[in-house]
Structure formats: structure tokens, C-alpha cells
Design a protein around this ligand. Structure first.
Ligand SMILES: Nc1ncnc2c1ncn2[C@@H]1O[C@H](COP(=O)(O)OP(=O)(O)OP(=O)(O)O)[C@@H](O)[C@H]1O
Length: 308
């Protein structure tokens, strides 16, 4: 029997036009395998309500056509259901799609869906907010909020904003309570990484993966301005673990007390409570990944249970 797939297109993601996407879906989707329809989002959170309805309707796969914000809305709606998440990355950062080795070009991303490479991934929960990839409480949360307010999108929009804000940013005070340790300090970044990257190749936690039943806490202390290029380079070359300004700690449960109650989850900004309880929810979401990630997952899990 054919599987039912619904594509949810975010027309503003990545600042690029999506007019040709329906034609590409018609051209590259395997019509022997799928019946499909397409919805276009009209406002924030629209993708979430479409995804919730789709899971209730018994749709097999819902595909987010957008960036991490769209993937966040669709994926958190599908978590804990039988419905699979698929991704066609058309956003500004596409962090989770890159982590899952999903092709970045739309025709190839559609052809990847035809392969039905499925894994079950862990998701994170921070108080009542679920998330899929990376969340955080420092400069990244501040930038996510400004990015949202600016109504700019795309890689250059991010770069310009980070450059404008970085030098005047004061790292906020935080207290992190882990089972064996309490850490206090002012941190530029306090990220919680289920997946490895923010997007655009910026790798916040090289060893993080979404199938290992844990997350990584990534703490970055402020450094002198003349070290900026060196530290940023380490993120892009996946070498941040060697930096003296970074600490990466795997965890399953943590409590974080914030002075500035601002967070981002999957790049979406949220005002939050000052006290955050974070935990990992293992194997909570079925997702179609790229072939490379399926091979990695099979090696890691050594089981066929996770394949569609
Ligand atoms: N029609 C719409 N009008 C305005 N905002 C929308 C619309 N549809 C979706 N959105 C919102 O657009 C925001 C950005 O979307 P998304 O994250 O997919 O793209 P991006 O920010 O360019 O990519 P990335 O998150 O990878 O950097 C999300 O918060 C989403 O809720």
C-alpha cells in the first residue's frame, strides 16, 4: 500500500522563493511509493497545527520544507506518535538536516525521501518545551531573539547580526546543577546539544548524536576579541573540544538557573522561567535521515528495529 506524505512548506524560510518546490516534488517523488499533498504555512506555529492534525489523521510522513524553526514545529508535534518526520532543508541554518546528512539541494532531498531511511531519534525536554537539535541560554538565545525581531533571514543575515551584537554582549550569570557537579559562572554560550550543529557548518558539539540517549552541555567562556577568529574557526573545523574556553559534559538530566530568562530551542527564541529542568527523551521521534546517517545509526545500534 502507498504511504501518505504531507509536505508543509514555510514560504519565508531561508529568504529564498519556494515557487518551484511543488513542481520538484511532482518530478522527483516516487509516485509508486507515495500519495502526497502540500500545505503552505500562513503564520508562525501554523506548521505545528498542520502536523498535529496530520498525525491524528493517520498520515504516515509529514515533511517540513523549511529551516530549523519549521522542523522544530513539525517534529515536536510528531514526537511520541507513529508519524514520521521528513525534512527538505530550505532554511537559513538547517542544523538538524545537516546533522542527519539529508541532502541540502531540494531535488536530492526529495529523492532521499524515496529511500525511506528511518531511525528513531531522541528528543530533549526543557520544562514543558520539547526540542529536537540544539537549545541554549546565552548569546545564541539572544541572537535567535534579535534574528526573529529583525525579520531578516539567510546566512548573511545571521553573520551581520552576530558581528553587530557580539562585542557589546555581556555573558549572563548561570548555575548548572548536574548529578555529580554544580557549575557557576558567566558563560557566553550554555548550549544543550542533542545534535551536533547550529547550522551552516557551525559545529557546537562534535560528538553529539541524536541516537545515543544523552545530550551534551556545552559551556563557552568569554575570550579576548583577538582570539575570536581562532575560536570560531574551531567550531567550523569541528575542533572546539581542544579549546581552553570550552567544556563539554554529557548528561541525561540537568537543572539550570538563569539570571536572564531567555532561551532558544532549535533556533526559535522563547522567554522562559529562571529555573529550567532539562532531560532527554530517548527514541521519541521517527525521522527519515540521509543514507550516511542511517549507516552510522546501524553501526551504532546494530539492530534492524529502527529501519522503516
Ligand atoms: N507564512 C509565514 N509568515 C511568517 N512567519 C512564518 C510563516 N510560516 C512560518 N513562519 C515562521 O518562520 C520562522 C522561520 O522559519 P524557519 O526556521 O523554517 O526558517 P529560517 O529561520 O530561515 O531557517 P533556520 O531556522 O534553519 O535558520 C518560524 O518561526 C516559523 O514559525
Amino acid at each position: 500500500m502507498k504511504k501518505r506524505i504531507r509536505f508543509i512548506i514555510n514560504p519565508i524560510s531561508g529568504g529564498i522563493k519556494k515557487a518551484k518546490v511543488p513542481q520538484m516534488i511532482e518530478e522527483h517523488l516516487n509516485h509508486d511509493l507515495f500519495d502526497y499533498d502540500i500545505a503552505i504555512t500562513q503564520y508562525k506555529q501554523h506548521a505545528k497545527s498542520i502536523a498535529l492534525e496530520s498525525a491524528q489523521e493517520g498520515i504516515d510522513i509529514v515533511c517540513a520544507v523549511g529551516g530549523d524553526g519549521s522542523v522544530h514545529e513539525v517534529g515536536t508535534a510528531l514526537a511520541g506518535t507513529k508519524c514520521h518526520l521528513a525534512i527538505i532543508p530550505t532554511g537559513s541554518g538547517n542544523g538538524l538536516a545537516r546533522h542527519l546528512k539529508i541532502p541540502l539541494k531540494t531535488p536530492q532531498a526529495i529523492q532521499n525521501i524515496n529511500q525511506l531511511n528511518s531511525i528513531r531519534m531522541d528528543t530533549g525536554l526543557a520544562n514543558d518545551k520539547p526540542f529536537l537539535g540544539v537549545g541554549g541560554y546565552g548569546f545564541d538565545a539572544f541572537i535567535a531573539k534579535r534574528f526573529d525581531e529583525y525579520h531578516i533571514r539567510g546566512f548573511w543575515g545571521y553573520t551581520q547580526l552576530v558581528y553587530e551584537e557580539y562585542f557589546s554582549y555581556k555573558p549572563p550569570k548561570m548555575k548548572i546543577i548536574l548529578p555529580n557537579e554544580t557549575i557557576k559562572g558567566n558563560f557566553l554560550l550554555c548550549s544543550i546539544a542533542n545534535s551536533s550543529e547550529f547550522g551552516n557548518g557551525f559545529c557546537i558539539s562534535p560528538k553529539s548524536n541524536v541516537i545515543d540517549g544523552q545530550m551534551e552541555l556545552v559551556l563557552l567562556s568569554k575570550f579576548s576579541w583577538w582570539r575570536t577568529m581562532g575560536v570560531i574557526g574551531r567550531f567550523f573545523f569541528k575542533k572546539i573540544e581542544g579549546s581552553r574556553y570550552i567544556r563539554i559534559i554529557p548528561f541525561q538530566k540537568a537543572r539550570i538557573i538563569l539570571d536572564v530568562p531567555l532561551a532558544h530551542y532549535d533556533g526559535e527564541p522563547f522567554e522562559v522561567r529562571k529555573e529550567i529542568n532539562i532531560e532527554i527523551i530517548p527514541n521519541n521521534l521517527s525521522v527519515l535521515c540521509g543514507k550516511g546517517y542511517l549507516e552510522f545509526a546501524n553501526l551504532k545500534l546494530k539492530t534492524e528495529d529502527y529501519v522503516y
